[in-house]
Design a protein around this ligand. Structure first.
Ligand SMILES: C[S@@+](CC[C@H](N)C(=O)[O-])C[C@H]1O[C@@H](n2cnc3c(N)ncnc32)[C@H](O)[C@@H]1O
Length: 371
């Protein structure tokens, strides 16, 4: 594969949200993006890989499928892996680790296959193999075809690089961005989160309104590939055209620590002039002046027995406040517990299927503008 040859690029999606990510990818100019199991696929070259990492808010990571070899037995894997043009993509001075999976193939021993591929990288490229290496090569052997993919992201993409402080149950930025999209948020209306925790929804919404790239402050694994072009990358990162939005973004929480965290996180993200945070319980929530927008909230779930009773009251207070003070606003609520959500007594439309998130099954509930 030469640097000019297009290859398959795979965007890993949060399970269940593949089609939302596909819509984002198409909107951002990744033509031909289609939903495939677990994510979204399209064809492109290295500049598309960099741009996907830099601009997509909903992708968990970006994989580059750099090639495939047919392998009927281990000796063949050994020989063909040594002939693979690793040096076009990888550098001998950057350590790498290898993960292998086998399915419906004559080679069924992932450990033995890993050892063959690691030896090929050591001997034909001169690379060091290390369990804590910054780069990861994935080999999937399926139906006797071994496909090589590189993780081009490194740290998962929900780590935007602005959040040092997190609360007890932060929602991932990738998921927050996709749920905002599902609620029809496109960056041109106010957003309120009355239980903001570390401020994820408010900060994501403000960044979208401002037109900032989600990956602007972090580094990526692809920066250590042989195919990396720092000058072109610098140009791409600098191409954002930040806007001055006319809408504002508000978070509140009854926990003072949460307000401190959110404020610091918004400052690091550079949206402190359009996003503000206040210390108040949901029953004291103030409706922002001006046109209505979206209330996006992720109330506490509570997994311990005894907590549940208190939570019914909290969901009840949230629903009551919104119905009384937020006429014309839409509500998006993320919860693990439809029973609790019911206690809010809000006019939710039919929920979407649940999504797995950190071992929990969470669900987005939505309303039309409240009347
Ligand atoms: C699941 S966390 C929200 C996490 C947030 N989405 C984030 O990404 O960090 C729920 C939040 O609700 C807040 N909370 C609980 N009861 C509240 C109440 N009655 N009024 C306001 N905030 C409340 C908690 O302090 C906590 O920060």
């Amino acid at each position: 594969m030469s640097n000019a040859t297009p290859f398959e690029i795979f965007l890993v999606a949060p399970p269940g949200l593949e089609s939302l990510l596909c819509a984002e990818a198409r909107e951002k100019g990744f033509d031909g993006a289609v939903v495939t199991p677990g994510g979204v696929t399209f064809t492109g070259g290295w500049p598309e890989v960099w741009r996907a990492n830099l601009t997509l808010r909903g992708a968990s990571r970006v994989l580059a499928r750099i090639g495939a070899i047919r392998v009927m037995h281990l000796a063949q894997l050994d020989k063909r892996a040594r002939k693979f043009p690793w040096a076009e993509v990888l550098r001998p001075d950057v350590p790498i680790r290898v993960d292998v999976s086998c399915k419906a193939s004559r080679i069924y021993h992932a450990g033995a296959a890993t050892q063959r591929i690691e030896t090929a990288l050591k001997e034909s490229l001169g690379a060091t193999i290390a369990a804590d290496a910054p780069l990861r090569l994935m080999a999937r052997i399926e139906d006797d075809l071994c496909t090589f993919s590189l993780d081009t992201s490194g740290e998962p993409l929900h780590r935007r690089g602005h959040k040092e402080a997190v609360g007890k149950a932060p929602i991932r930025e990738t998921l927050a961005a996709l749920f905002l999209r599902q609620c029809g948020y496109s960056g041109s209306e106010p957003v309120v989160d009355p239980m903001c925790g570390s401020g994820t929804f408010v900060i994501e919404a403000a960044e979208i309104a401002r037109g900032l790239y989600p990956g602007r402050s972090r580094t990526f694994a692809f920066e250590q590939f042989a195919s990396f072009d720092p000058a072109l990358w610098a140009q791409m990162r600098g191409a954002a055209t930040p806007r001055t939005p006319d809408s504002r973004y508000f978070g509140s929480d009854r926990d003072t620590g949460a307000i401190r965290m959110s404020t610091a996180n918004a400052e690091r993200a550079g949206v402190q002039d359009i996003a503000s945070f206040r210390h108040n319980a949901v029953s004291d929530l103030i409706r922002p002046e001006g046109r209505p927008g979206l209330v996006m909230v992720n109330p506490p779930y509570g997994t311990r027995i005894g907590e549940k009773k208190l939570l019914f009251a909290v969901y009840g207070a949230l629903g009551k406040t919104l119905l009384e003070r937020f006429k014309g606003w839409r509500v998006g609520m993320v919860t693990t517990d439809l029973g609790l959500a019911k206690a809010a007594a809000l006019p939710f439309t039919t929920p979407l299927p649940p999504v797995s998130h950190g071992g929990l099954r969470i669900q987005l509930l939505q309303t039309e503008p409240l009347r």
